[in-house]
Design a protein around this ligand. Structure first.
Ligand code: AMP
Length: 498
């Protein structure tokens, strides 16, 4: 397979608007994408970068930052986006670990990166790019040619390194190849029934697979206009739904949309598809969204190392609390600790194999993450129902072992979340002298609710086997979440350990 960019060009060459402003204005066309990314590609090669060099980018969303990304694909450079929230210590590690040849950062961070680079063995060029798409990387950019011959790349050539969030240990750089990107984009484009006329409403960050590979790639593959918003604002999203057809969000985006009275079926009249992922979508959010808007959110499941693995169907039953079935070309297995596949409806470790699975971690051994027959161990616990729909039960490392019994937090969270007076909960294991770990619930009450610990524990006793019942309940204002809406259970374990 040639360079991923060739596929984008082939599909988007007839396209009109590439990026639209919230007011409907054209900010860039697909021809601008072709020309702008060629200019950046020429700039990058002019800076002496060659295939396989890393381009680290910590920049806000802008059209230019997208051009830069596509330019990296065209030149065969490895694009390495970083969460804009990362600060000195984290950046120091990423620079040291990935040895970028070029760093593109916000002007305010230029000095900081310069001091980080003093401490590393190789030299890195530092250029700036601000949230308006202005910066030193653009100096005399209009003099650069608008044509560029794509670097020849094969399936295994690395296109992007994405660091995992690293909630335990140091983050690892997942190496994602051109072949990974092509296979996943093509599979999702088909599965989600993209058609001419689709308009993408984009409010996700582009340093993560969700906003970059899922939301951006699919729109470009479809030559669709992208209404490109710097961040998620529920009222702005609701105001723009009538001029969009596709919206992709993390579950917290949906709960925030539901909190606004403006979210109605009329506001969604033009919409074709809502998708959710990156964290579990509560069944109650799915049901409430359907009631309010008439739309059943399509929940899908993926991760940095694999791209998307499964999805609920666009044509067919979308089951709340499940992530659907494997995409074509993706094979999923759920196994027990002996490596034997578990029966239907039983929980085990989820393994994934396919063209979508990454090529390993940057400068790190990967053998342990794969089985002998080539499946990637996702670290997620899952079960599969009679119809082949998969449910993600939680992270393996979040599983609680209490008195020798395995307890899956999601089962208990679902019960607590369905109690009146509760918004949401997170169930964690805390060290315990007798049991090893004690099941512990951290609960967010609804506004005005006076539900107490005893009521919750009593309800769990009435519903579950005794070993699954929370020994203690803590109340909290909001659950700690990362930028992709994932609950940070490591933070809770630290906060509530005695
Ligand atoms: P990331 O690599 O940051 O995308 O995180 C991937 C992890 O997010 C997966 O391994 C899952 O634990 C979780 N995740 C992603 N999508 C879902 C989903 N739909 N339901 C439950 N967990 C999910």
């Amino acid at each position: 397979m040639p360079n991923m960019y060739n596929l984008f060009r082939e599909n988007s060459k007839e396209g009109g608007d590439f990026i639209r402003g919230p007011d409907g204005s054209t900010i860039a066309t697909y021809q601008d994408l072709e020309d702008g990314s060629a200019r950046y590609a020429n700039r990058l090669t002019g800076l002496g970068l060659t295939k396989g060099d890393r381009v680290m980018v910590q920049a806000e969303k802008s059209v230019e930052s997208l051009f830069l990304y596509f330019a990296c694909l065209r030149t065969g450079l490895i694009y390495l986006p970083l969460n804009t929230a990362y600060r000195l210590n984290e950046l120091d590690y990423f620079v040291g670990n990935s040895s970028p040849k070029l760093i593109v950062c916000a002007p305010d961070n230029e000095q900081m990166f310069a001091s980080i680079c003093k401490g590393i063995a190789h030299s890195a060029d530092i250029q700036t790019l601000d949230s308006n798409g202005k910066g030193s990387i653009n100096k005399n950019l209009s003099n650069e040619p608008t044509t560029f011959n794509e670097q020849v790349c094969d399936d295994n050539d690395i296109a992007v390194i994405l660091y995992t969030s690293g909630t335990t240990g140091q983050p690892k750089g997942a190496m994602i190849s051109h072949g990974n990107l092509v296979s996943n984009a093509v599979a999702l484009h088909k599965a989600w029934g993209w058609t001419r006329g689709d308009v993408m409403l984009h409010a996700l960050p582009i340093f993560h697979i969700h906003g970059l590979f899922v939301a951006t790639h699919l729109a470009v593959l479809n030559a669709s206009p992208i209404i490109f918003l710097p961040q998620f604002d529920p009222e702005e999203i609701i105001g723009l739904l009538p001029v969009a057809t596709v919206y992709m969000g993390v579950p917290t985006n949906y709960t925030r949309l539901l909190a606004s009275p403006g979210l109605t079926s009329d506001a969604c009249r033009n919409m074709r598809l809502f998708t959710s992922g990156s964290a579990p979508l509560l069944a109650q959010t799915f049901n409430e969204f359907k009631r309010r808007t008439g739309h059943a959110i399509v929940e899908r499941y993926g991760m940095t190392e694999t791209g998307m693995n499964t999805t609920n169907p666009v044509n067919g039953l979308r089951k709340p609390g499940t992530v659907g079935s494997p995409l074509p070309g993706v094979s999923c297995k759920i196994i027990d600790h002996e490596g034997i596949e578990v029966p239907i409806n039983e929980t085990g470790n989820l393994l994934v194999k396919g063209q979508n699975v990454f090529r390993g971690y940057w400068q790190s051994k990967t053998a342990d993450e794969f089985t002998n027959d080539g499946y990637f161990k996702t670290g997620d616990l899952a079960s599969r129902d009679d119809d082949g729909y998969i449910s993600i039960v939680g992270r393996d490392k979040d599983m609680i072992i209490t008195g020798g019994f395995n307890v899956y937090p999601r089962e208990i969270e679902n019960i607590i979340d369905n109690m009146p007076g509760i918004d949401e909960s997170a169930v964690i294991g805390l060290p315990h002298g007798d049991f090893g770990e004690a099941v512990t619930a951290v609960v967010v009450k609804s506004a005005g609710s006076n539900i107490d610990e005893e009521t919750i524990i009593q309800h769990l006793k009435n519903t579950l086997a005794n070993f699954k019942v929370a020994k203690q309940v803590f109340f909290i204002g909001t659950l700690p979440r990362n930028t992709m809406g994932k609950v940070q259970k490591n933070v809770l374990r630290e906060q509530f350990k005695q």
